[in-house]
Design a protein around this ligand. Sequence first.
Ligand SMILES: Cc1cc2nc3c(=O)[nH]c(=O)nc-3n(C[C@H](O)[C@H](O)[C@H](O)COP(=O)(O)O)c2cc1C
Length: 138
Amino acid sequence: MVRQIVYISSSPSRDEPKEIAAILAAARRNNAAEGITGLLAFVDGSFLQVLEGEAGAVSRRFEIIRKDARHSFVIKLLDRDIPERMFPDWSMAWRACPADHPAAAEVRTIARRGEIAPGAGDAALEALIASVFRSVPA
Ligand SMILES: Cc1cc2nc3c(=O)[nH]c(=O)nc-3n(C[C@H](O)[C@H](O)[C@H](O)COP(=O)(O)O)c2cc1C
């Protein structure tokens, strides 16, 4: 089993490209060393991140990430065991999703509500993540 944590957070940054490059560099270095894989997406002022790997490694890294001052309002959406990784080939994949992408409206709704719509279930979030990963150019 693989532990998977998915969260959404808010980015207050006015110097996004530089900050994101630094975040990604640290993420890829640490994650490769710790066997963590995942996706970091930037969607209209929000980060949406998937972290997956050995349970202890993922939880410890998430606790570090959630305290990072480069984002705020970190809301955990999923924390579960899954049979296999969604992003086995990525120490941290990156997608910047345009504000007019259909997924952006869903992300805005989650950010506003502070949770996935009740009853929508994990599958809806999985579909959203897959759509961002597949349809937004890297
Ligand atoms: C949105 C966001 C996502 C991040 N993702 C990761 C990550 O996947 N892995 C990671 O090691 N650090 C990530 N970080 C950075 C951590 O908060 C922290 O700065 C870093 O892990 C410290 O690593 P260091 O001790 O090697 O400098 C992220 C930060 C932000 C703001």
